[in-house]
Design a protein around this ligand. Structure first.
Ligand code: BV8
Length: 237
C-alpha cells in the first residue's frame, strides 16, 4: 500500500482525557470555571498562596491515579508502534495517560502532574502523593521549595526546540481535544501551514478557536474519531 505520510506530529489537549474522567479546562464545569487560573496556574499565584495551589494539584493527582487511559490514548500508541515513518506526540496535558497507554515518542510541553521540581536545587522527581510546604526535597533536604513540575501561565513551555524541528518537517499535523486557546500550542497549526507541506487535521468534540486553519476537521468524541482516524492513516489514507 502506497504510504501517504512520512512524518506525523500529533498535538493533544485536555479533550483526549475527558472520557477518562479527567476534567477539561474550558468546557461547561471545566477546571477554570471552578478555580481562577491566575490563582492556581501562575507563579504569582503560587507565591501569593502556595497552600491553595498545593491543594489544587493534590486533588488533581488523586483524580489522576484513579483514571485510566481510553481508546483514543491507545489508538495513538498503536499509531506510534505501527507507523513506519517519523512520529512525535506533543501533549499539553500534564496527565500520564498517554504513557500508560504505551506512547513513548511523547513530549509534555506543559510539564507533568506526577512530577515535582525543587526550586532550591532544580531536581525533578516522580511524585504521586500529596505535596505541601513542609515536604522536604529528597535531593537537597530543603523544605518549602517544592512545586509541581508543570508549566504555569507566563512560564516557558518545555521542549520548544524539539517541537519546532518536528513541526518544520512533518507532512501530517493532527490536533486532538484542544480548544486552541493557549499559546504557543495554539499557534502550531499556523507554523505547520507556513511550511506549505503538511496536511492539517483537527479532531475535536466541536470546532476549536483555530478550526478554520485546518484543511480537514473531524468532530466527535475522541474515543470514536481517534481510533477511526488511526485506522485510516495506517491503511495509507
Ligand atoms: C508562554 C499546565 C512565553 C498547568 C497549562 C494573549 C494572547 C495570546 C497569548 C497570551 C496572551 N496573554 C498571555 C498569553 C500566553 C499564555 C496564553 O496562551 N494564555 C491564553 C489563556 C490566552 N500562554 C502562556 O503563558 C504559555 N507560556 O506563552 O511563555 C513563550 C511563548 C512562546 C515560546 C516560548 C515562551 C504557557 C501556557 C501553559 C499554561 N499551563 N497547563 C496545569 O495543567 O495545571 S495550560 C492548560 O490549558 C493545559 O495545559 C491545557 O492542556 C491547556 C490548553 O487547554 P486545552 O487542552 O485546549 O483544554 P480546554 O478545556 O481549553 O479544551 C478542551 C477541548 O476538548 C475543547 O475544545 C472540547 O471541545 C474538547 N473536548 C471535550 N471533550 C472531548 C473533547 N474532544 C474530544 N473528545 C471529547 N470527549
Amino acid at each position: 500500500m502506497q504510504k501517504r505520510f512520512r512524518s506525523i506530529v500529533v498535538l493533544t489537549g485536555a479533550g483526549i482525557s475527558a472520557e477518562s474522567g479527567l476534567g477539561t479546562f474550558r468546557d461547561k464545569d471545566g477546571l477554570w470555571t471552578k478555580y481562577d487560573l491566575q490563582e492556581v496556574a501562575t507563579p504569582e499565584g503560587f507565591a501569593r498562596n502556595p497552600v491553595l495551589v498545593h491543594d489544587f494539584y493534590n486533588a488533581r493527582r488523586k483524580n489522576l491515579v484513579e483514571a485510566t487511559p481510553n481508546a483514543a490514548h491507545y489508538a495513538l500508541a498503536e499509531l506510534e508502534r505501527r507507523f513506519d515513518g517519523q512520529f512525535l506526540l506533543v501533549t499539553q496535558n500534564v496527565d500520564d495517560l498517554h504513557e500508560r497507554a504505551g506512547s513513548t515518542r511523547l513530549l509534555h510541553m506543559h510539564g507533568e502532574l506526577l512530577k515535582i521540581r525543587c526550586e532550591s536545587c532544580d531536581s525533578v522527581r516522580v511524585w504521586r502523593g500529596d505535596l505541601d510546604l513542609a515536604t522536604a526535597c529528597p535531593d537537597c533536604g530543603t523544605s518549602g521549595g517544592l512545586r509541581p513540575h508543570v508549566v504555569w501561565f507566563g512560564e516557558m513551555p518545555l521542549y520548544m526546540d524539539d517541537i519546532a524541528a518536528a513541526l518544520d518537517t512533518c507532512d501530517l499535523f493532527v490536533s486532538i481535544g484542544t480548544s486552541g486557546q493557549v499559546y504557543p500550542a495554539a499557534g502550531f497549526v499556523a507554523e505547520v501551514r507556513r511550511g506549505g507541506l503538511a496536511h492539517t487535521v483537527e479532531l475535536n468534540l466541536d470546532p476549536s478557536d483555530g478550526f478554520s486553519l485546518f484543511a480537514e476537521k473531524i468532530y466527535g468524541p475522541a474515543t470514536e474519531v481517534v481510533p477511526a482516524f488511526v485506522t485510516r492513516v495506517l491503511a495509507g489514507g
